[in-house]
Every structure is written in C-alpha cells, then in structure tokens.
Design a protein around this ligand. Structure first.
Ligand SMILES: C[S@@+](CC[C@H](N)C(=O)[O-])C[C@H]1O[C@@H](n2cnc3c(N)ncnc32)[C@H](O)[C@@H]1O
Length: 375
C-alpha cells in the first residue's frame, strides 16, 4: 500500500521544494518521527554551497557533474540545479525510501531537466559513477564515504563535506576521535581549529593512498558543524606536497596556555584552510545571488578571506587576560599596537575575541601588559 505523506513548502534562495510536515509529538521533536527532516539551521551551509558550486562551474571548461550524495529532501541538489548558471547536471541520491519519495515529489514539482535522482547507498553510487563535485552531508561524520568519494572524483574536482560530530572532533570523546579519524583531539579554547584541521588531515591522508593531493578552498567551523570544500588534485607530486602539510604537534606549541599540558595533538592539516583568491571570486558571485543568509555568508567569507594567509592557530584576549591575571584588552588596541610594529594580525572566524598573528609570544605578552594600563 502506498504511504500517505504530509508535505509543506519551503523556500530557500530562489528555489521552492517540499519537505515533510513535522509531526507534533508529546515526547519532543524527532521522537518516533522517523521521516527525514528539513533543518532550517543549515540554510547558510546550503547557501554557501550554491556560491562554491557557481564558482566551480565558472572555473570549469567542461560539463560539470555534481552529486548531492546524502540528499534527504534533495533541497541542496535542487538548489544547485536551479540557482547555478552554466553547463552542468546534478545527481540527487538518498538510500531512504521516504526521502526518495520526497525527492521524486520535488523532482516532479521543480521540473528541472538537469537533475537525475537515485535511491542507493552513497558508497555504491560513488563506486559506479564519476563526478566533478561530490557533496557529503551526513548526520555525524563523513569518514564512511571519503574513500569512495576519492575514487569517484575527477582530477581537480571538489569534495565538500559536513561533519556534525563536533564533540568528537573537539575532544569531548578522544577515544572516538582516535578510532574514527586516527587522530588525537585537543579539548580547549582552540578545539574548533584543531577539530577542523583533524578533519582535513584525515581526508589528506586518505587521498595520499591514491596518489592525490588536496587544496582547501573554503573551510569553517560553527558551534554545530564543520564544513570543508577541498579541491582534489591527482599525481604523486601533488600527494607528496600535501602530505608534507600533515603533522602532529605538542599542545605546548599552541603556547596559549599557562599550564604545561604536554599532550600530542593530531595528525593535523597544517597548511592553509582557504584559497584567498577563490574567496574573493566567491564574494563577487555572492553579490549576484538571491540568498536568505546573504549577509551572514558575506560576513563569514569576509572573515575567512582576512585569515586566509595568517598563521595556523590564534590567541584570544580572554585567554591572555586569564593567563596574565588581568581584564581583557580591547581587540582594537592590540591590533593597532601589533600593526604599528610591523606584525601581521587578523581576526579569525573561530573565535570572536581571537586573533591570528606572526608576533612572537613574549612580545604579545609585553604588548598586552602595556595595553592593560591604557584600556
Ligand atoms: C543530514 S541528512 C541530509 C540533509 C540534506 N543534505 C540537506 O541539506 O537537507 C542525511 C541523509 O543521508 C541519508 N543517508 C545516510 N546514509 C546513507 C547512505 N549510506 N547512502 C545514501 N543515503 C544515506 C539519510 O537517509 C539522510 O536523509
């Protein structure tokens, strides 16, 4: 017997799709309701994938094959198909039968001729097809799909993935992180950057097996997820150049804690997290698109561009103040002082009172101390 579903419309960007109507359960959201659910909190994540997708098509000479591999309602894939201009097609896949019924409903509604739908295990789809752009957006960790994505991607293609297992990558569950990512996390004020670098380092090591290297285009962390867009480059030299950028560090090297923690962290990706030039081009694309979170995407890209060439890791005015047992100094004062002495200093998206700089630590402490009086 055919199932009866209740749908409701959702608008994101310039695309309208249908999602399953939420059941009101006395036990709270999600309990017993097993139907795939639409998460409005991920709109910025999807908005940005439209921008990166457009950037990728604009920079490709050939027809582009996108895969929305873990699609749920298919909203991300339908948005790519509807909101990007150029020569491309999108495959929208989900193994769940309810999700697939919803994808078909949206396929019928959206009437887009550049979309094909699929109802398989993502690893099977990746084993049987090749793509230029693979999106992996799981509940939890993307690690279970990375190997097959690397085997499926064309040279110079993009693998983008979300990781919502932030507690694991941030070091709340270090044993899980070691098993899942083969890496030791660091539960500290720096955990978002070390977590993101663990995720990228994991993908870089997996790519190395297949003689492939990676180039991060855009990478960021929020309280709820990590997200990376990596260009995959084939060849032994590319692989060697990338793997050189993966290493373990000692927690004391982060040199932001007065306590001697002396623990190993990583392996971590120690290279750049973003491509500055690509970010600039993406901001130009952003101007022209209709997006619900346009201002937030703009702010994020602005911060990522600012920190793109800065050194790994950061200081925070809170940590410095607590270490020096004083109240935090205004960011503006610190920035002015460091810049007047010729050092590089940038804000970072990882932390509101964080800053990245090439200034030696003893000089930062000295300047911080001097600034307290003037604060
Ligand atoms: C977080 S949801 C995707 C959300 C969607 N990308 C969006 O932007 O709304 C993850 C989806 O992956 C599907 N899924 C999980 N494991 C899968 C697998 N091995 N193959 C295919 N689909 C899978 C689930 O059915 C679920 O719908």
């Amino acid at each position: 017997m055919n199932k009866i579903y209740n749908y409701e419309p959702v608008n994101e960007g310039s695309t309208k799709v249908f999602v399953f109507k939420k059941k009101l359960s006395k036990k709270g959201p999600g309990s017993k309701d097993k139907l795939p659910f639409y998460n409005p909190a991920m709109e910025l994540n999807r908005d940005l994938s439209v921008i990166v997708g457009q950037w990728f098509v604009d920079n490709s000479n050939d027809h582009v094959r996108f895969l929305d591999g873990l699609a749920s309602s298919g909203i991300r894939g339908f948005r790519l198909a509807n909101e990007i201009d150029g020569d491309f097609e999108v495959m929208i896949n989900d193994w769940d039968d309810d999700a697939f019924a919803l994808i078909n409903k949206n396929m019928e509604y959206c009437k887009l001729d550049n979309v094909v739908v699929s109802n398989s295990n993502l690893n099977t789809v990746l084993s049987e097809n090749k793509f230029n752009y693979i999106d992996i957006d799981p509940f939890g960790s993307p690690v279970y799909f990375i190997d097959s994505a690397l085997r499926s991607i064309y040279n110079n293609g993009i693998i983008s993935c979300t990781a919502t297992d932030t507690a694991t990558l941030c070091g709340v569950y270090p044993k899980v992180c070691l098993r899942r990512y083969g890496a030791l996390p660091f539960h500290s004020f720096m955990m978002h950057e070390t977590g993101l670098r663990i995720l990228i380092g994991f993908i870089c090591r997996a790519a190395g097996k297949y003689d492939m290297g990676i180039e991060p285009l855009v990478s960021y962390s929020t309280d709820h997820y990590f997200r990376v867009y990596l260009k995959i480059k084939k060849g032994v030299k590319k692989a060697n150049d990338s793997i050189k950028m993966v290493s373990c560090i000692n927690s004391d090297k982060l040199c932001l804690s007065s306590k001697n923690t002396n623990s190993n962290i990583g392996p971590l990706w120690m290279g750049k997290l973003h491509n500055k030039h690509a970010l600039q081009e993406m901001r130009t694309i952003l101007f022209k698109k209709k997006l619900g979170t346009k201002h937030m995407v703009w702010k994020l890209l602005d911060l990522l561009e600012e920190e793109a060439d800065a050194p790994a890791f950061y200081y925070t005015t809170d940590e410095l103040a607590s270490m020096l047992k004083c109240s935090p100094v205004k960011m503006k004062n610190i920035f002015e002082k460091l810049r007047s002495k010729g050092y590089v200093v940038t804000r970072t998206h990882f932390y509101p009172t964080g800053f990245k700089t090439d200034t030696p630590r003893d000089i930062i402490e000295k300047i911080f101390g001097e600034s307290i009086e003037k604060n």
